[in-house]
Design a protein around this ligand. Structure first.
Ligand code: R5P
Length: 299
């Protein structure tokens, strides 16, 4: 039976075990006063097939804990160890934009695959890399959040107009709009710095009575979607619903989005946050019915 080492402990792991029938491993985590972590595994793991579930937002604080967990599982005899990281960090730095810059996406992939035999994630930010297979040599699977987002919009938003804030969002906006059979448009973004973003574009007059749903893969500082909200409000549209897969919400991003005119701000629970009410457990469980491949049967 598959076992889950749940390093998040926010409810997603428990829901996932209910949906998959997996066993949630007994363990204890202790944080020393100086910030180091001690993990204690409380079960016999010889020959076990284990998945580690982790929140890797704000990764510099959390990645080492995940690597420690993988090493400890290995030392205790686990035969195969996978990583379920609903949010996979560092993927936006997928090229050296200036001479000498690290391509963090590649470096981070190499770090993970030294410790893990497989990886499952949700809507990774793939832009210059077309697929996870270009980054990972171990089996790596990308779960689409489109069914969850489309289901929520279909249930709660009459006459939606899906709006992507930039070219990269076209993939998520397109997949969700196709499921809903509603119109979609994509704005243009010009990024001048971490929090300096310009968003341009026009909304066709025929769509002005629809409810705008701004959709992106992630909210970090929130400035991409704040500027998109302002553009929609200035164009005379009703307050937009802001929907994202990964809510990193750096600083006061959440409050600033509401102040910019968002009707509501909602994300999946890929990253734990009060706005993260759309549970990924059913989608993850479906994906895990066919992934990872059985040992010795890579695909
Ligand atoms: C970038 O292309 C991503 O898809 C997001 O639009 C971006 O990372 C959001 O960042 P922020 O919230 O800091 O504007």
């Amino acid at each position: 039976m598959m076992r889950l080492l749940d390093l998040r402990d926010d409810g997603l792991g428990a829901a996932l075990c209910v949906a998959t029938g997996w066993h949630r491993l007994a363990h204890a985590l202790h944080a020393f006063p100086d910030g180091e972590t001690l993990l204690r595994l409380d079960e016999d793991l010889r020959g076990a097939d284990v998945a580690v579930l982790a929140d890797l937002a704000h990764p510099e604080q959390r990645v080492l804990r995940v690597l420690l967990a993988a090493g400890a599982l290995r030392d205790h005899g686990a035969a195969r160890i996978g990583l379920i990281a609903p949010y996979l960090p560092y993927l936006r730095q997928d090229a050296a934009f200036h001479p000498g810059e690290a391509i963090s996406a590649r470096v981070f992939a190499r770090v993970l695959e030294r410790e893990f035999d497989w990886l499952l994630t949700v809507e990774p930010h793939l832009h210059r890399f077309a697929s996870l297979a270009e980054l990972f040599t171990v089996p790596a699977h990308n779960v689409s959040a489109a069914p969850l987002l489309a289901g929520w919009v279909g249930e709660h938003v009459p006459d939606p107009l899906l709006v992507g804030p930039d070219a990269e969002s076209a993939q998520w906006v397109g997949a969700t709009a196709r499921r809903l059979g509603c119109p979609a448009t994509v704005l243009r973004k010009e990024r001048r710095g971490d929090t300096e973003v310009l968003v341009h574009g026009a909304i066709a007059p025929a769509w002005r009575n629809r409810t705008p749903v701004l959709l992106d893969d992630m909210i970090s500082t929130g400035h991409t979607l704040i500027e998109a909200c302002r553009l929609l409000r200035a164009a005379g549209l009703p307050p937009p619903v802001v929907l994202a897969v990964h809510g990193l919400f750096a600083g006061s991003a959440h409050a600033e989005l509401l102040a910019a005119g968002a009707r509501t701000v909602l994300t999946t629970d890929a990253v734990p946050h009060a706005a993260g009410t759309l549970s990924l457990a059913p989608l993850l469980a479906d994906a895990l019915a066919g992934f990872p491949p059985a040992p010795g049967n890579a695909n």
